[in-house]
Design a protein around this ligand. Sequence first.
Ligand SMILES: [Zn+2]
Length: 524
Amino acid sequence: MSRSNPLPQVAAIYCRVSTTAQSEEGTSLASQEAACRAYAEARGYAVGPIFTDVHSGADLFRRDGMADLLRAIKQREVGIVIAYALDRLSRSQIHFGLIYSEADHAGVPIELVTEKLDDTPVGRFVMAANSFSAEIEREKIRERSLRGKKTRVQSGKIHNHSAELYGFRRDKDRGVRTVYTPEAGIVQRIFAAVAYEGITIRSLARDLNSDGVPAPSEGKRTYKDGRVCRWNPSTLYRMLADPSYKGDTVLWRHRSRGAGKMWQLRDEGEWIRLPEGTTPPIVTAELWAAAQERLRTGTVSTTRNADRPYLLRGLIYCSVCGNRMYTCPEHGRPMYRCSSRGKALGACGGKRVNGDAVESWAWSQIETILRDPSTIIAEVERRRQRGPDAALQSNRDATARLLAKLEKQRERLIRRYADADDDSFPWELVEREVARVESERRTAQALLADIDARLGEQETAIVRLDSLRTYCDRVSANLEHADFATRRNAVEALIERVDANGRDWTLIGSIPTGESVGVVSHSS
Ligand SMILES: [Zn+2]
């Protein structure tokens, strides 16, 4: 029920007396109405129609006033119903259940002058029962649509329910899938990254997000708080395990346990296989199998030439469009490719880069530095003296102050909220305010954690440089025999980024080296 309508709500008042209790104090029609009016006025509701019943108590379902009220609720002529007390609406739990269910369905809240509905045992029971029966109703609808879906699948056609499988679009008439090229490129990238490069699905999700690749649910799902859809490990896991990508159409593999709940894999006996050709493959059976192996064992298989670690992974960017390049072996040769190749906007035209060539060039630049570690020593000195980034530090202080302020606000609100027991207390306002402060507090907290991480990274960078210096002293004579882990460490410490297009490369060093201030280019 939405209570955030800024317009004055039209409140209907319902009053009832039984002929036997007519004389009881405080229950006369006039006094009930007066109390309801005062209640409405205190909350800024506009008083609308007034419904009354006088009855003997036995004729529960023959109340004209109540019948008119229910009609007004159904037609949404009123926004709120006010009654003096719960027993004025009905003395019967079942009867009140019917009234409540009607009002709840129309989104019309029922408010009582003398008590809060959810404080009364009957009110609580009826609300719970009502939401329970709504749940059953939803479940029935789901069952019905599930039956229709299964019938279509059993007839050998892709069903048209739920979202499209990423990488494909449905051909609804023929009941088959067709490849959707912009997404298919991403699918290939995902499988190759996991199967051949041994990238964890967690860091793959991060890479896809930082490359700005739209997540599968983007545009299909929206969040109230303005969050955007992002790649996450569980989405990737489900994609990687889906045999559709190698051209096997197996449906009825999962059962959903209702909106927003976890998916569950069905027993294999329940799966329904559709004929070959229903889904065209996006990756080869070998690549798919290699990805499964990797998911199962957590290790990269080492049967292919191309299965080698990439020295510049994550540090190499396309110099045409600025997107990160990803690794993609071609006929067994290591290659870096621009990630725009798989994006919906289309490829930028940047040329692929030979992995062996660009890596040995980049490594030779690093060797020069390592053979003469004086630049590293100077840089460590310089960074130590400069201390933490001043702008970042002052940003941190400001964020910490904001966070403290929000925490105080939150506590104050919660204290006021807990102490209030009076009917005229503006509950909804306070609830909204608490939610706002809470959301601002979470944002500030995340920001602070991010700044701390970045400050930590700066310190780590210094430590890494320093250990590199010690390392240089020790092995400078023996650099060509450094193993991959050592090289990768040095690369991460000394290279900010490499911009590349075909055979044109520019290396931006993370430390200034002599007159070239850390930038070296290559062209051929
Ligand atoms: Zn590019």
